[in-house]
Ligand binder design. Structure first.
Ligand SMILES: *[C@@H]1O[C@H](CO)[C@@H](O)[C@H](O)[C@H]1NC(C)=O
Ligand SMILES: *[C@@H]1O[C@H](CO)[C@@H](O)[C@H](O)[C@H]1NC(C)=O
Ligand SMILES: *[C@@H]1O[C@H](CO)[C@@H](O)[C@H](O)[C@H]1NC(C)=O
Ligand SMILES: *[C@@H]1O[C@H](CO)[C@@H](O)[C@H](O)[C@H]1NC(C)=O
Ligand SMILES: *[C@@H]1O[C@H](CO)[C@@H](O)[C@H](O)[C@H]1NC(C)=O
Length: 489
């Protein structure tokens, strides 16, 4: 009886702890590429050649030991690589063979549970990457040995083979197979009810066994849309899907099937504007694609995953080492509407190219907490965390474009106003009088990125010192009470 009560109480705690979309909205996510974040031995010299595509030895234990590096940058959640058992060489985790066992290269089931509880004791969430689209087999499609898979171990559990060739044909995208004779990815028949039921049981059990708070769902566009609502309900936690496509009218409608999608349309716009220094109007159009255009299908811009880099695309500094440009892009990532996601290595100004180049081992940076972008990210998270805790309206406030020219944009999201520019380090020093800020007349306004103070004039504007293309994040002094920023307490 006592045991039964204990079990009932435990399940209640679990149920009430399950993190919803609303719980995630004010979070800030650090993307960990598990094999490349930290080794159990804590080495900062262990060699890792990205081009060999083999394991470099990162583990869940190594990650647990280094959580303060992430927490001290202001992150309140991490997203880790898929945890399921894999074919022999799959350091990224996207070649799974067994849904009911963990990838032993990353550690044991108990070590993963220990990571989850270490995160929770620091008030942080665990998001796990999951792959409902496919299993993997190292060989040609006609040689697949289904008996090796768990739990979908029969050919009937999969679509019959067809190569994915025409990406404009959605049926093909959903039913055909990814991969080639080096690595085949048998495509799970998720529209089959028995398969879907099994998938629902699996995700429910996975989330509960490892106390997972949210899912990052891989290859969403390759799965039938109707699969997702029951699946995410079975998971019982926040779902963010990867729809790797820049067209707003293709990507955003997936938000009808799950809480959130990674904001690829905005990613491409940010890259054009801040990296290639295209016209700021591009950013304005893309912001409006979600907030002002219901037809695009975007349900809630404040739940989208906003990112500038990830493990699949060239890093921002691969194209330009200009520190001001990346600082502006990071300010936009963290202070615009979505849930910000920063990929490990951005804070160290890593500059790797296309996959696998962008998968450098973080330990080789020595986890330098004095790096300029480590500090920049920390300030940005700190102001966002502080304001969203203090102003209930912040998290759901949709960014307002106050004014823009081809190379400067002024934005407001509740108590935080930002001035972003893509002039770069060559931007020079000049004074910019703001437009539409609506600060309290006479108030002291602080740029929390430099601690520069201004006084709002009788129109509620300030004369901001623009310097070397750096971004500004402006708040009224009163909003800083209770923070530890710029000497306020
Ligand atoms: C799309 O692909 C499916 C599956 O390969 C095929 O049956 C169908 O004819 C294709 N449709 C078009 C319009 O090409
Ligand atoms: C398979 O792998 C080999 C060796 O790495 C490579 O040379 C070949 O191009 C790959 N084939 C395909 C179809 O990717
Ligand atoms: C969760 O744990 C239970 C009990 O140990 C086990 O039977 C089940 O297979 C586990 N599920 C997953 C997805 O690992
Ligand atoms: C989506 O937008 C693109 C570019 O604006 C357009 O070419 C395409 O026809 C649109 N697709 C749909 C399904 O509306
Ligand atoms: C930037 O875009 C705006 C709005 O489309 C346009 O008015 C302006 O001329 C453009 N600026 C440049 C330098 O092309």
């Amino acid at each position: 009886m006592r045991l039964l009560i204990a079990a009932a109480v435990a399940s209640l705690i679990r149920a009430s702890a399950a993190a919803s979309a609303a719980d995630w909205r004010s979070r800030s996510i650090y993307q960990v590429f598990t094999d490349r974040f930290a080794r159990t031995d804590g080495s900062t010299t262990y060699p890792c050649d990205v081009n060999t595509n083999i394991y470099c030895g990162g583990t869940w234990k190594g990650l647990e030991n280094k959580l303060d590096y992430i927490k001290n940058m202001g992150f309140t959640a991490i997203w880790i690589s898929p945890i399921t058992a894999q074919v022999t060489e799959a350091y990224h985790g996207y070649y799974q063979t067994d849904l009911y066992n963990v990838n032993e290269k990353f550690g044991t089931a108990d070590e993963l549970k220990s990571l989850a509880s270490a995160l929770h004791s620091k008030g942080m969430y665990l998001m796990v990457d999951v792959v409902p689209n496919h299993m993997a087999f190292a060989g040609c499609p006609d040689k697949v040995d289904y008996g090796r898979f768990k739990v979908f171990n029969k050919a009937d559990h999969f679509h019959s083979y067809c190569p994915m060739e025409n990406m404009a044909n959605q049926t093909e995208v959903e039913d055909c197979w990814l991969g080639n004779c080096n690595m085949t990815m048998p495509d799970i028949k998720t529209e089959n009810q028995e398969v879907a039921d099994e998938m629902n049981r699996w995700i429910n059990s996975l989330v509960s066994n490892y106390s997972i708070d949210g899912l990052r769902i891989d290859s969403v566009k390759n799965v039938n849309k109707d699969f997702f609502p029951p699946w995410c309900r079975s998971a019982g936690v926040f779902c963010m899907g990867e729809v790797s496509e820049g067209l707003a009218n293709y990507t955003y409608p997936y938000q009808r099937y799950m809480d959130s999608v990674l904001d690829y349309p905005l990613y491409y716009a940010m890259t054009r504007v801040f990296q290639q220094q295209s016209n700021m109007s591009d950013l304005v159009v893309n912001l409006a694609a979600c907030t002002k255009n219901a037809e695009a299908g975007c349900k809630d811009s404040t739940l989208l995953g906003t990112f500038l880099e990830n493990h699949d695309n060239p890093r921002f500094p691969y194209a330009t080492k200009d520190l001001s440009l990346v600082k502006n892009a990071l300010a936009f990532t963290i202070l615009s509407d979505g849930i910000p996601i920063v990929y490990q290595g951005q804070e160290q100004h890593y500059d790797g190219g296309d996959d696998p180049g962008c998968r450098e081992a973080l330990w080789l940076s020595g986890y330098n907490t004095d790096a300029p972008l480590y500090k920049h990210v920390a300030y940005l998270n700190q102001i966002r965390n502080h304001i969203s805790a203090k102003h209930a309206s912040y998290s759901t406030y949709q960014t307002n474009v106050l004014s823009y020219t081809s190379d400067v944009i002024q934005l407001r999201k509740d108590a935080i106003r930002t001035i972003l520019t893509n002039q770069g380090e060559q931007g020079g020093t000049y004074t910019l009088t703001t437009q539409g800020m609506q600060f309290t007349s006479g108030a002291t306004v602080v740029d929390v990125l430099t601690c520069t103070k201004y006084t709002a004039n009788d129109k509620g504007e300030v004369d901001v010192k623009m310097q070397g293309g750096s971004p500004s994040a402006l708040v009224e002094e009163g909003s800083l009470t209770g923070s530890t920023m710029c000497g306020y307490t």
